[in-house]
Design a protein around this ligand. Structure first.
Ligand SMILES: *[C@@H]1O[C@H](CO)[C@@H](O)[C@H](O)[C@H]1NC(C)=O
Ligand SMILES: *[C@@H]1O[C@H](CO)[C@@H](O)[C@H](O)[C@H]1NC(C)=O
Ligand SMILES: *[C@@H]1O[C@H](CO)[C@@H](O)[C@H](O)[C@H]1NC(C)=O
Ligand SMILES: *[C@@H]1O[C@H](CO)[C@@H](O)[C@H](O)[C@H]1NC(C)=O
Length: 445
């Protein structure tokens, strides 16, 4: 009941667009004050929202078991009150001013109101801030298409940095206006330099981060990156751009630990999810992937780098028409490892390379792709309950390094068909442990 009441208060504040003083609505005061703020707040709620009177009354008597932060009454910082116009002009300064206010107010909500379109140049929401701040994006945010607006760091559009106990939610849309950037990519136009374009949304050095109920679309390049973050939950995300858009990874996890990506729909021109160096304990569950290049661990070990990825669980994923399904890719000559990886409960629908380990990854742009004596070690990988169809005759590809064969690869209940028949497996430098019935199987040697 308490939660319900506070939800209504919150909604009320958002609807009225007012900025309330946090102390005036402190929930602790309400609980102890029978005639004070709570009642007047409740009256306000009733007037504006037709809250059931009895529910409100009841909520004052019952002691809440706990007060999770989502249930507290919170100070709302509306970008419109800081000069945001949503009229096609640049709203960056207004967002920065609103951020300064929110950042210095514990438990505040930075609100981007619904039914409006805001325009932002490069913007860095920098911490440290007070704890328990939420950016609630209900409207739309669009990116500037001028490269000169990204001079500080050409690989960043919206960046959140150095934040603890921070959330983003609200059901809104973040659009990178990528259609203006993609034709200038060196992948599309060979005469262009390969300088890359901004990532739409970057979280860097954040701890206890929740990103939920947001759409990120048409990124300039990557859509969403978690960089050196820990304890991250990304859920109910929609990440969308066309299958032909260049290098538009959906969600990129780098140097981050304890990351969960849940119940999200991702379709882009590159990896739906890519997990790279320094990432440990990463889960992706309840994912729709397609179009795109699948879910990748890697690439690892580029230019001799030492990269480490461990404890990855990919479970409950449907891949539709992607070029890869579950992939581990590393360059020749790298060091480090990718280990303790589970891919399970996966449906493949017309996927070109449903299961693939590629230790000879090379995109050939000025890189040495020769066989080398070093390789990223690939250890302990389980493929379990993976069913569906391959668009090519090779359902399983294990191209492991000669210097460091893949170790501890297990398959259990894998059934991948191509044109109504079993697909084939192409395997080198791997000794697969077969559990249950698998089609295809690596040939015995
Ligand atoms: C108030 O709460 C009590 C205990 O939970 C419940 O039995 C009662 O039906 C509630 N009354 C109203 C009006 O909601
Ligand atoms: C973050 O939240 C946790 C759990 O609510 C709390 O224990 C911790 O003190 C918070 N950290 C900061 C820096 O506020
Ligand atoms: C997402 O946000 C919208 C708008 O704020 C809200 O109506 C909806 O309930 C949210 N969905 C979830 C799953 O939280
Ligand atoms: C399967 O994928 C291939 C190649 O991606 C495509 O050409 C073909 O049309 C797809 N088939 C179906 C039934 O979607």
């Amino acid at each position: 009941m308490k939660m319900l009441l506070q939800h209504f208060l919150l909604v009320t504040m958002i609807f009225t667009g007012s900025v309330y003083s946090g102390s005036c609505l402190d929930p602790k005061l309400h609980a102890n004050d029978k005639n004070g703020n709570l009642i007047s707040s409740a009256k306000l709620s009733r007037r504006l929202m037709s809250v059931d009177h009895h529910q409100v009354e009841n909520s004052t008597r019952r002691k809440p078991k706990s007060q999770p932060r989502s249930s507290s009454t919170r100070y709302v910082v509306n970008v419109d009150n800081f000069g945001a116009k949503a009229d096609g002009t640049d709203d960056t300064q207004a967002f920065m001013k609103a951020w300064d206010k929110a950042c210095s107010t514990k438990g505040s909500i930075l609100l981007v109101p619904s039914s409006k379109v805001y325009h932002l140049k490069q913007i860095i929401f920098d911490g440290p801030c007070q704890s328990d701040i939420t950016m609630r994006i209900q409207g739309k945010i669009r990116a500037s298409t001028e490269r000169s607006d990204y001079e500080k760091d050409p690989r960043v559009w919206i960046k959140f940095e150095n934040l603890i106990n921070f959330s983003v939610d609200g059901g809104g849309v973040i659009s990178g206006n990528g259609q203006v950037w993609w034709p200038k990519s060196c992948k599309i136009d060979k005469s262009q330099p390969c300088i890359g374009a901004p990532t739409a949304v970057t979280f860097s050095k954040c701890t206890n981060l929740k990103v939920t109920n947001i759409t990120i679309k048409n990124a300039q390049q990557m859509h969403l990156t978690f960089h050196e973050c820990s304890n991250v939950e990304g859920s109910n995300l929609k990440v969308k751009s066309p299958g032909k858009s260049p290098n538009t990874d959906g969600i990129h996890v780098t140097g981050s630990t304890n990351v969960q990506i849940l119940n999200s729909d991702i379709g882009t021109g590159d990896d739906c999810i890519s997990i790279v160096s320094g990432s440990d304990n990463v889960r992706a569950m309840g994912i729709k992937c397609g179009p795109g290049h699948g879910i990748s661990i890697g690439s690892l070990g580029k230019d001799g780098a030492e990269d480490r990825v461990s404890n990855v669980l990919v479970s409950g994923v449907t891949f539709t028409g992607t070029t890869n399904g579950v992939r581990i890719k590393s360059w020749q000559g790298g060091r480090g490892y990718a280990k303790n990886i589970v891919f399970q409960n996966i449906k493949m629908l017309n996927v070109t390379n449903p299961i693939i380990i590629d230790q000879f990854y090379c995109d050939k742009k000025g890189h040495d792709c020769k066989m080398q004596n070093n390789a990223v070690h690939i250890e302990n990988v389980l493929y379990k309950n993976i069913i569906g169809t391959s668009a090519s005759d090779e359902g399983v590809i294990f191209q492991c390094s000669k210097a460091f064969p893949c170790e501890g690869v297990k398959m259990q209940n894998v059934q991948i068909k191509h044109n109504g028949r079993s697909s084939v497996a192409s395997c080198s430098n791997v000794n697969v442990q077969e559990l249950g019935a698998n089609t295809p199987k690596c040939p015995k040697h």
